[in-house]
Design a protein around this ligand. Structure first.
Ligand code: ATP
Ligand code: MG
Length: 491
């Protein structure tokens, strides 16, 4: 255990000595000074606590307290004050003194307060350390990448975090890092210690969504047996992340707009206006202007949200981040999966650099996770990568339009076990399924075509609708769903 260091600032010589004596007896390392000037000189040292007299020959305790607060905001101060100056004591607490004792005091009582203060100090240090760890894990440091685009994203986070109140809209394709960016903004802002609440506007009924977000009063609807606080209240002092804002039902859009403009709202079934201090970050992978044109999204809300908006570019437009991201994921996954992968083979890396990543960074992480689970040794090799990524290797893959000869393997099934062979023969055997082959060719073509159905169709001798039909049939539509930028050329 470390010895706690206490600075005693007390001009009365007897009391000063007595204090040092008692504190030393309790195994504290205490030093005494008799003026603020001396105390000021020692303030830079490594103290855990200050015992500060209110009246000192060269200045009053309160102004010195202010100084401590400015120079060493984490340092706890117990003020020692005569009974008559009780009002000052109240001021002192307001100014940030941790505690005060009235003179003349009982030493036992003082020691009790000293111990309490030191316990508080330990707790506060722990909280600070946790906070710093969490900032490292979720703040700017969590956004990996050295591409121009990645740097711009970090710059965006930095600037938005500094301007505290404004609403933010984050757009980008699925898996591109919208959650990550929203969390980073929160953690880098002064709200970082406050709550971060997420709500996904998709796949949840309008009424449930409304009461989740705004809360409800008792009896507001049949099931409302008690009053409930919504996320906006729970997030007071922090951030609410509205994911998939494009799916927010129109009536709730109106209610949200009112909240953004006036900072107040009413619980469902309530009449009282509730005011909270919450920053809203919204995200969507859908093109909001299109939704506005289609009448599915309020134009006024869109304009309100887009005052500060940032687009995270798809991974295929910043492929130079792939190696760095891959290494960072391998490190994380080594811990998670208890593996010790040290390398990524050049072929694997090349394949990853050629691939279009329709599922963006999430797809990269998933691909590596799969490779680490299936592969062996300390290197990630191209064979362990998912089919569609391997398929970008020109030396391995015959043009898909030649109806890639392939071999279904030992019945492990799915896309995973199969392999493209070199010849024109398809080795038939037990467990072979035509559908597996079709599914693989489709996935491969979509990968090569960067998720563009028309182009994939050209490789397979199909038209766009036929490709779409098959994607749907194999449940691949989601994985290759058209994104904002793509849907334009793909339409
Ligand atoms: N620049 C990055 N550095 C490190 N990890 C990243 C980066 N971008 C994304 N990720 C990781 O990729 C995964 C997907 O990111 P995230 O969930 O933020 O995407 P999203 O845009 O919210 O996706 P969706 O639209 O599906 O909600 C997460 O595991 C995230 O941590
Ligand atoms: Mg997300």
């Amino acid at each position: 255990m470390t010895t706690n260091r206490i600075l005693v600032v007390e001009d009365e010589l007897d009391l000063n000595r007595a204090l040092l004596h008692r504190l030393a007896a309790e195994e504290f390392a205490a030093e005494g000074v008799r003026t603020t000037a001396e105390a000021r000189g020692l303030l830079g040292d490594d103290w855990d606590l200050v015992l500060l007299d209110m009246r000192l020959p060269d200045g009053d305790g309160l102004s010195f307290l202010r100084e401590v607060h400015e120079r060493r905001p984490e340092l706890l101060v117990i003020l020692m004050t005569a009974f008559s100056s009780i009002e000052d004591a109240v001021t002192a607490i307001k100014l940030g003194a941790y505690d005060y004792v009235r003179k003349p005091f009982d030493f036992e009582e003082l020691l009790l307060r000293v111990r309490q203060a030191l316990e508080t100090m330990v707790l506060r240090r722990e909280v600070r350390a946790t906070r710093e760890r969490s900032k490292r894990a979720h703040g700017l440091g969590a956004i990996v990448g050295q591409s121009q685009a990645a740097q711009e994203v970090r710059d965006f986070v930095r600037r938005v975090a500094a301007s505290d109140a404004a609403t933010v809209l984050v757009t980008g394709e699925s898996g591109s890092g919208k959650d990550l960016v929203a969390k980073a903004i929160h953690h880098e802002s002064r709200r970082g210690d406050g709550p971060f609440m997420t709500i996904t506007c998709t796949a949840i009924s309008e009424h449930l969504l409304e009461s989740e977000l705004f809360g409800h009063e008792k009896g507001a609807f049949t099931d409302a047996r008690s009053q409930k606080n919504g996320l906006l209240e729970l997030a007071d002092g922090g951030t609410v992340f509205l994911d998939e804002i494009g799916d927010l039902p129109l009536p709730l859009q109106a209610k949200l707009l009112r909240f953004l403009q006036e900072k107040t709202f009413k619980r469902v079934g309530g009449t009282r206006d509730i005011t909270v201090d919450v920053r809203v970050i919204a995200a969507t992978h859908q093109p909001l202007p299109t939704l506005v044109k289609e009448g599915r999204f309020r134009q006024d809300l869109y304009y309100r949200l887009k005052v500060i908006d940032g687009m995270i570019p798809p991974l295929r437009e910043r492929l130079d981040d792939v190696p760095l991201l891959a290494r960072s994921f391998v490190q994380d996954l080594n811990r998670e999966l208890r593996r010790e992968i040290r390398h990524i083979s050049p072929e694997a890396e090349q394949a990853m650099l050629r691939y279009g990543w329709p599922g963006n960074v999430r797809e990269l992480r998933n691909a590596l996770e799969r490779a680490m689970i299936l592969g062996q040794g300390d290197t990630i090799r191209i064979d362990a990568l998912p089919f569609e990524i391997r398929a970008t290797d020109p030396s391995r893959t015959p043009p898909a339009a030649v109806a890639a000869p392939a071999r279904a393997d030992d019945g492990r099934g799915g896309t995973f076990g199969s392999e493209v062979a070199g010849g024109r023969f398809i080795r038939l055997g037990e467990g072979f399924e035509l559908e597996t082959l079709e599914r693989e060719l489709l996935t491969q073509a979509m990968g090569v075509a960067n998720g563009n159905k028309t182009r994939a169709g050209r490789l397979l001798g199909l038209n766009r609708d036929q490709v779409r039909y098959r994607l749907e049939k194999y449940g691949l539509l989601e994985q290759f769903s058209p994104q904002a930028s793509k849907s334009v050329e793909d339409a």
